[in-house]
Design a protein around this ligand. Structure first.
Ligand SMILES: Cc1cc2nc3c(=O)[nH]c(=O)nc-3n(C[C@H](O)[C@H](O)[C@H](O)COP(=O)(O)OP(=O)(O)OC[C@H]3O[C@@H](n4cnc5c(N)ncnc54)[C@H](O)[C@@H]3O)c2cc1C
Length: 549
């Protein structure tokens, strides 16, 4: 690589556009794999950014990136859950991450300039060349393949960077998606946000003082996020058109103040507080890009898709997709024959995660009955909608028992009946199966299980597909079920058991067929492994018919 500091003709294996969470994550993982990586970032860090409230799902990713110690010691407030005024009543209620994950019961409320700086420094420490004040103006294509980018640096000097791969992590600028004309706006979430920082806001009562507070009101909803700097981030999400009209008429500050005045709890929390920043207006329209990857390029984070911030999912999706995008690039560079297949898997994995948050947000918007107005009516799910609660539920919880948000919709909101019935059915089925297996635990010989004849549930099959392993995609097995048609990676034993289940063989027969050449000890071990696998598949609903009359 030529000297990046002085030259406007750069080259690297990979150019990453944007140094936000998605770009930093992708760059770090790529550098770890030995690629020469340049991040071109338009701003000088630390730069301001909306989106301070993180999810626990990001903690293992930060750990993988090697950034967790720095995040943990940055002084950010630990966030244990959310407090909301939403649903059928007007009193605040709280839910906690520990209700659904003992392993990751908290995340953080971060000051984004500091958090994003930590991630970018972490990329530098991994060997990435980071050039701040460098705005990418164009992606260079040669015969349909991305081969570099053009940029303008802080001195107004233009240059280009040649590379084998471009990762677009340009956030809501969506540089490539706009260039490719593949941006698809979501008709359901066309909102606008106005936010500012306040000092001396009254915290929520203990133990919820570090929670994000979300209050729905007549024309939308408000967030309050306490920060370790002593400030509180407060913003409103309103209908885009109505927000634009109001801001044009009154100005952003008066508009935000007018929204706060309509709230009840947020207003009380800000009674003695002072707005100490100019309000910022951000477009909050959800979108996806038609194609998340192509020859020589991949889109990560908000550059690929953006979902309504109700569940604070943006940074998580950015980090996750950054790590996955890096794995895709490594795969495509090492084994171009696998590029398309691995790209499809990247797109499936990202959109699956994205859609879970989207469907849950949709249910939440629709189930809020605490206010009557155009905002809420327009976001109500109706029978004439293409929306199927059953389908959404399956997408949202992907066959798993309710994980938290959906439980809250059930308890606090006015969820569509079909959704409620589906959740109850899944729960009841799982409980019955688990109880049956618990009863079996008293049978040390597993005789009842061994004599049972398993069947595959409808739509269950094992496929060979690229799966994620050690920072790249490798060929592996995935288990397809009705609720997870794109498949989840499975071990060779699961693949072998599924292949052996034919509705004729008992569990014992399956063990025999798989362990023909094993000695007695090996056979006993296999019997244990197959029995355990069958039990898990049974509880998950992939296998039926175990109970013998
Ligand atoms: C109202 C609102 C509230 C939100 N609240 C939350 C929340 O509480 N929690 C949460 O997790 N998420 C939240 N989000 C979402 C979150 O802000 C984003 O999802 C997240 O920042 C995405 O990370 P990213 O790396 O993809 O993009 P970004 O963080 O936007 O980073 C993109 C980077 O690319 C740079 N860039 C852009 N164009 C160019 C170019 N041409 N050349 C070079 N560099 C360029 C930008 O300067 C920027 O640094 C919220 C979003 C909104 C709109």
């Amino acid at each position: 690589m030529n000297n990046p500091e002085s030259s406007t003709e750069l080259s690297a294996d990979v150019v990453v556009i944007g140094g936000g969470p998605a770009g930093s994550a992708a760059a770090t993982m790529l550098a770890r794999k030995g690629w020469q990586v340049i991040v071109l970032e338009r701003e000088q860090f630390p730069r301001e950014h909306v989106g301070e409230s993180l999810l626990p799902a990001s903690i293992p990713i930060l750990e993988e990136l090697g950034a967790l110690p720095a995040v943990e010691s940055a002084g950010f407030l630990p966030k244990h859950g959310a407090t909301m005024v939403w649903g059928t009543g007007s009193s605040p209620w709280s839910w906690y991450f520990k209700e659904t994950s003992q392993r990751y019961p908290h995340s953080y409320q971060v000051w984004r300039p500091q958090f994003d700086q930590i991630l970018l420094d972490n990329a530098r420490a991994a060997g990435v060349t980071v050039l701040e004040g460098h705005q990418v103006t164009n992606v260079i294509f040669d015969d349909g393949e991305a081969v570099g980018v053009e940029f303008t640096n802080g001195d107004g000097v233009t240059g280009d960077a040649q590379c084998k791969f471009v990762v677009d992590a340009s956030g809501q600028s969506t540089l490539l998606a706009r260039h490719l004309e593949g941006k698809q706006w979501d008709p359901f979430f066309q909102n606008l946000a106005v936010y500012a920082y306040f000092t001396d806001a009254k915290p929520l009562p203990e133990p919820d003082q570090n929670n994000i507070f979300i209050e729905s009101y007549q024309h939308g909803w408000l967030w309050s996020i306490p920060l370790h700097t002593g400030r509180t981030s407060v913003g409103t999400v309103v209908d885009s058109k109505i927000g634009q009209e109001g801001i044009q008429r009154d100005g952003a500050k008066a508009f935000l103040e007018a929204q706060l005045a309509q709230s009840s709890h947020t207003k009380a929390m800000l009674e003695n507080a002072k707005m100490d920043s100019e309000p910022t207006v951000v477009r909050d329209w959800s979108y996806t890009s038609e194609k998340l990857f192509g020859p020589g390029f991949i889109l990560a984070g908000d550059a690929a898709c953006f979902v309504d911030p109700l569940f604070s999912s943006g940074v998580h999706l950015a980090l996750m997709s950054g790590v996955l995008a890096a794995a895709y690039v490594t795969t495509a560079l090492n084994d171009p024959t696998m590029a398309d297949e691995a790209g499809d898997v990247y797109q499936e994995l990202y959109l699956k995660e994205y859609n879970q948050f989207r469907e849950m947000a949709r249910l939440f918007y629709s189930s809020n009955l605490s206010a009557e107005s155009y905002f809420w009516e327009a976001r109500r799910i109706t029978n004439s909608d293409e929306y199927s609660p059953r389908h959404s539920f399956i997408q949202a919880v992907a066959g798993q028992p309710p994980r938290g948000y959906e439980r809250v919709v059930l308890e606090r909101g006015h969820a569509p009946e079909e959704f409620t019935a589906s959740i109850r059915a899944v729960e009841t089925e799982r409980r019955a199966r688990t109880e049956w297996l618990t009863a079996l635990a008293g049978d040390p010989q597993r005789n009842q299980l061994l004599s049972a004849v398993p069947n595959l549930a409808e739509g269950v099959k094992v496929e060979e597909k690229p799966v994620l392993a050690e920072g790249e995609f490798v060929r592996g097995h995935v288990l397809n079920t009705v609720s997870q048609p794109e498949g989840t990676p499975c071990s060779p034993i699961v693949a072998a058991v599924i292949a052996a289940v034919d509705g004729q063989k008992s569990v014992s027969d399956i063990v025999d067929s798989l362990g023909q050449h094993l000695d007695q000890a090996g056979h006993a071990q296999l019997e244990e492994a197959v029995s355990r696998t069958i039990e898990i598949l049974y509880v998950d609903g992939a296998i039926t018919g175990l109970v013998t009359e």
